[in-house]
Design a protein around this ligand. Structure first.
Ligand code: GDP
Length: 408
């Protein structure tokens, strides 16, 4: 009997142990379950719009693992589903470019004065420091001359400035910094020819559009200046048509058209390598038809030989003049090229009647004195200056504001 009871107890314990093992096995399985949750919640990739088509029946097993085994895949696919909406937005933005409202031109030079800092620190500050020395001896005057020549003021203008300053300083006797600054300011302004008419002739007195030809060698910033000038004119309330007559430089017409589109100005262009004169002619014709105030023509600036240049530019001018006289010929010069710029100026002046000069890249040079020398060389005023690559970095030139910027 005792044996029987013992056998029953052992049997009960054994059954309990087996049951326990089974239950704990089940629980382990349940605990493992969450790792498989994505298999249940994530729809199969085949149901998603971006999923590739199901393989045809009987096709070889896909090499990629099924989605159920790669829970991260559905998350990675989410942005793809949103992509088309973004594309639509971009397309809409491209389809309707916003027309910009350029900054007013009045006082631009004052606002951009800090761009002349390189010329200011060498030319302006250099002169003021030397002039405020206790004794202005021969050596000091020579140093003053050197500063002026290094800043490209030119020999004639330098001599004139030094002579005038010497006389006036002698007459003045004692000198305060304010008096010296005043003297220097007056003399520099005088050299810049304050009497010049610096208006860009952008309106024709007798009606019809005024025609402005923009000339200069490639790379000086001619196309950029034409684009910026269109903005200057639009800012001043003019209606403008652009003529992309630089048909030799591959990107010039696109570049100009982009500038025009930004301010709502139409660009007339011809085939690449086509006849610049015919594009210029068509631009003026378009300007007349559209009743605009100004037609700005960007010309080709290939300075290969003087005869070649004369042929090209001369023809553009002649052909355009079939519509009426040209109102303005602006020569664009790169201020950083110094004497080389003056050589270009001379050649162009022999070919066309230049009525105004645009000096670009004055923000990148310490040789601000080139404004003085180029005007004296050509007897033509600097009308605009480029002070940076920004769209509104072209300023009407004002001698007083320019000298103030130089003297700091
Ligand atoms: P083009 O060959 O004479 O028509 O020259 P572009 O108009 O293509 O200009 C040549 C380069 O000069 C471009 O990178 C312009 O952004 C740059 N540029 C034009 N004007 C200025 C300026 O006033 N300041 C500076 N820093 N760069 C300028």
């Amino acid at each position: 009997m005792e044996y029987v009871i013992l056998a029953v107890v052992i049997a009960v314990i054994a059954i309990g142990a087996i049951t326990g093992l089974v239950v704990s096995g089940k629980r382990r399985k349940e605990l493992n379950k969450p790792t498989q949750t994505p298999t249940i919640t994530a729809p199969p990739t085949a149901d998603r719009p971006s999923a590739p088509a199901k393989p045809a029946e009987g096709a070889a097993e896909p090499t990629a693992p099924p989605a159920a085994e790669t829970p991260a895949a559905p998350v990675a696919e989410e942005p793809e589903a949103e992509a088309p909406a973004e594309e639509v937005l971009v397309e809409e933005a491209e389809a309707a470019p916003a027309i910009e409202v350029p900054e007013p031109t009045a006082g631009r030079l004052v606002r951009l004065r800090s761009r002349l800092s390189r010329s200011q620190s060498t030319l302006g500050k250099g002169l003021l420091t030397l002039l405020s020395r206790d004794r202005l001896d021969e050596d000091t005057w020579e140093e003053i001359e050197e500063i002026l020549l290094t800043a490209d003021v030119g020999v004639g203008a330098t001599q004139e400035l030094v002579d005038n300053l010497r006389t006036r300083v002698k007459v003045l006797g004692t000198r305060t910094p304010d008096e010296l600054r005043g003297l220097l300011r007056e003399e520099l302004v005088k050299l810049l020819g304050p009497e010049f008419d610096r208006t860009v002739h952008s309106v024709k007195a007798g009606g019809g559009p005024a025609v402005v030809l923009v000339v200069g060698v490639n790379g000086v910033g001619k196309t950029t200046t034409t684009g910026k000038l269109a903005r200057v004119l639009v800012a001043d309330g003019r209606k403008v048509v652009l003529g992309a007559a630089d048909t030799f430089r591959a990107a010039a017409a696109d570049q100009l058209q982009t500038w025009g589109e930004r301010v709502g100005a139409h660009t007339v262009r011809g085939p690449e390598g086509g006849d610049p004169a015919s594009v210029a002619f068509d631009a003026v014709k378009q300007g007349i038809a559209d009743g605009v105030d100004t037609v700005l023509v960007d010309t080709a600036g290939r300075l290969h030989t003087k005869t070649g240049l004369m042929d090209e530019l001369g023809k553009v001018k002649r052909v355009v003049e079939k519509h009426g006289p040209v109102d303005e010929v602006l020569l664009v010069l790169d201020a950083t090229t110094g004497q080389n710029g003056l050589v270009q100026a001379r050649v162009f002046a022999e070919v066309v009647d230049i009525t105004g000069i645009v000096l670009t890249k004055l923000d990148g040079t310490a040789k601000g004195g080139i404004v003085i020398s180029v005007q004296r060389e050509l007897g033509v005023p600097v009308k605009l200056i480029g002070l940076g690559e920004g769209a509104d970095d072209l300023a009407p030139f004002e001698p007083g504001a320019f000298v103030d910027a130089l003297l700091g």
